[in-house]
Design a protein around this ligand. Structure first.
Ligand code: OAD
Ligand code: ZN
Length: 241
């Protein structure tokens, strides 16, 4: 059997499916990934900007980067890869679960509902003092945003390097990966923890691992099948039956 057939077969037999996505699934929607050359912004690497230390030192710089990303994401539409995952959820309903590392909200825009946003959502501002969260669709830096409640500085409602994933999000994600029989890993470099370890946890629990990525990653060693192609091309084929 060809790899794509093996993957389709596993998906068709699966009773519980977990999908783990990263920046690669949004690449075809025009959202730059983090670790490609196009991921650089003004010569900064994400690891230098997405940290509490960077924000403490220079909140303007960090917010400017997030507004720049919002301006791109705001214009982006879900691509055939996102839509294929919506199709899969419609077919499996509660037997489907999506864990995304992306903060762009494109899975929700595609219509997926059974999901967690592991690293938060770029359209949320969170108060650094009282913790209040609000939706903010500003895409241009016009001074530091402040909390409508207490007037303190707000930060992006995302998880930064060195910060913990909210415990509820970890719990539900681990529950799901441990009880799935197919784990589909799409468009992630598999180097950022703890997200990357979710595929290992699925594997240890006996799940069949399908990777979709044009390039090899550390997850390729774990994967039962590695489909080397773009999400927008491979996923529609994968769910076509
Ligand atoms: P990366 O930028 O590290 O990796 C993107 C992956 O997508 C790479 O493995 C590419 O080969 C692959 N890729 C590119 N185009 C693709 C396509 N059309 N279809 C499928 N795959 C494609 O992004 P993530 O793994 O998501 O975290 O990065 C993980 C985390 O690091 C992010 O959530 C973010 C980042 O810094 C935080 O900010 C905490
Ligand atoms: Zn506040």
């Amino acid at each position: 059997m060809e790899d794509i057939e093996k993957a389709m077969d596993a998906l068709l037999r699966a009773s519980r499916v977990v999908v783990l996505t990263g920046a690669g699934i949004s690449a075809e929607s025009g959202v730059p990934t983090f670790r490609g050359e196009d991921g650089l912004w003004k010569n900064y690497r994400p690891e230098e900007l997405a940290t509490p230390g960077a924000f403490a030192r220079n909140p303007e710089l960090v917010w400017e980067w997030y507004y720049w990303r919002r301006s791109i994401i705001g214009k982006a539409e879900p691509n055939p890869g996102h839509l294929a995952l919506k199709t899969l959820e419609d077919r499996l309903l509660d037997r489907f679960f999506l864990i995304t590392q992306n903060v762009d909200g494109l899975h929700r825009k595609a219509g997926n509902e059974r999901l967690v946003e592991f690293h938060g959502n770029i359209w949320i501002n969170r108060c650094t003092r009282c913790g209040n969260e609000r939706f903010d669709d500003t895409v241009k830096f016009e001074g530091l945003p402040t909390c409508p409640g207490c007037g303190s500085l707000e930060r992006p409602g995302v998880v930064w390097f060195g910060e913990a994933i909210p415990s509820g999000v970890i719990r539900i994600s681990m529950e799901r990966v441990r009880s799935c029989d197919v784990c589909l890993v799409v468009g992630t470099s598999g180097v950022v923890q703890p997200a990357a370890s979710l595929a290992d946890a699925a594997k240890v629990s006996g799940a069949f691992i399908i990777e979709v990525n044009p390039q090899a990653t550390p997850i390729s060693y774990t994967a039962d099948v590695s489909l080397r192609g773009k999400a927008g091309e491979v996923l529609p084929q994968l769910v076509s039956q």
